[in-house]
Design a protein around this ligand. Structure first.
Ligand code: FAD
Length: 346
């Protein structure tokens, strides 16, 4: 950024994936960033998280180390019926690097956080190191860790409809009996695996339809606060969408001054809200429910093009979207509009 311009001071509530990623993108864009996190990072939730190609392409540009974050390669997928294990889909992802610019990885959530925290705060990187205030709950505005995902601990996720109106709580424990009762119709091979479980957590997942706006004045919602979505088994996009938010913010706020913040937040919303809203809708349905997806997605303002209807098309839609070129296009359009206005005035 130009040396004449004063960096923005940006305050971020929450050092989750969205908060830390945004902190990295904005420090790299030359701004001064401070993060307030209610927890002390002493009780972080241990679970797996996928890093699909659209997220990997972005974080790698920030210096993200696959080794430090101990990423595991997801080289193939098998989807099978739960009762008789008859395969429904089998596929190799070995072509992902050529097609989408990166392979698909998974990480232990705590390892991912640690790597993002390092990139935000390290001294020897571009921009001003981010200050993270822990145990700092923001009261008003306008995760326990085992030393794992080295093959010592296995993560199993089961998603099922729930009749009870539970509150969101990442730490709520459940029992092996509840697990076995819930999945009693599953194949005995799977039930034998479930019988071995030692630690059962029950994580309520709540759907919320896409919001019409994510910002008011200079206050902006990103990540799950703006577009919470369900962890559909073959999507794994919610954290990736938070990373795309962060990258877009870094690109659109680079080199700007305080007076431009509102218009750039509007531009951010224009670039991101349709994309994240569509992924939110996709996450609600199975990929065999193309009609429902189509019905809802086509309500999104400005929706263009075909609605994905099978796994390959969902992969293309999720992984091919390029945050860099989308932001560049938005900036070019903005410049053109300003030039046209100037021409009209002369
Ligand atoms: C079971 C499960 C599996 C998932 N699997 C995947 C996957 O495979 N791939 C994927 O991409 N996504 C996955 N997700 C979704 C992903 O975890 C979320 O999208 C992502 O964590 C969102 O990041 P965030 O920073 O927006 O929110 P969070 O990670 O929830 O972070 C918010 C932070 O804000 C802090 N905070 C909240 N209120 C305050 C306050 N008042 N003051 C200060 N701090 C505050 C919280 O302590 C927290 O640290 C999964 C989610 C679940 C539940």
């Amino acid at each position: 950024m130009s040396s004449a311009k004063k960096p923005l001071t940006v305050l971020i509530v929450g050092a989750g994936i969205a908060g830390l990623s945004t902190a990295i993108a904005l420090r790299r864009a030359g701004h001064q960033v401070e993060v307030f996190e209610q927890s002390s990072f002493a009780d972080e939730v241990g679970a797996a998280i996928q890093l699909p190609p659209n997220a990997m392409r972005t974080v790698v540009k920030w210096g993200f180390s696959k080794d430090r974050a101990r990423l595991e390669l997801c080289g193939a997928a098998l989807t099978a019926r739960a009762d008789n294990l008859e395969p429904l889909y089998k596929g190799s992802f070995s072509h992902f690097s050529d097609k989408y610019g990166s392979m698909w990885y998974s990480s232990h959530r705590v390892d991912l956080h640690n790597e993002l925290k390092l990139l935000a705060t390290e001294e020897n990187a571009s921009g001003i190191p981010v200050k993270i205030n822990l145990a700092s709950k923001v009261a008003d505005i306008g995760p326990r860790v085992a030393d794992i995902y080295s093959g010592e601990v296995q993560n199993f996720v089961g998603i099922h409809p729930d009749e009870e109106q539970r509150r969101e709580d990442f730490q709520a424990s459940s029992s092996r009996e509840y697990l076995l009762e819930t999945y009693k119709d599953f194949n005995p091979v799977l039930l034998r695996v479930m019988e071995k479980v030692k630690d059962v957590k029950l994580w309520p997942l709540l759907h919320r339809p896409p919001l019409r706006t994510w910002h008011t004045e200079r206050l902006l919602f990103i990540g799950d606060a703006a577009h919470p979505m369900l962890p559909h088994a073959d999507q794994g996009q919610a954290g990736a969408q938070a990373i795309e938010d962060a990258c877009a913010l870094g690109l659109l706020l680079e080199g700007i001054e305080s007076a431009d913040v509102n218009s750039r937040l509007k531009l951010f919303e224009k670039v991101r809200i349709g994309r994240a809203g569509a992924v939110q809708i996709f996450s609600r349905y199975g990929q065999d429910q193309a009609d429902k997806v189509k019905q809802e997605v086509e309500k999104i303002e400005g929706w263009k093009g075909a609605v994905p209807a099978n796994q390959g098309e969902f992969h293309d839609w999720n992984f091919s979207w390029d945050v860099y070129s989308e932001c560049q296009r938005a900036l070019d359009d903005e410049r053109l509009e300003k030039d046209n206005e100037k021409d009209k005035g002369t």
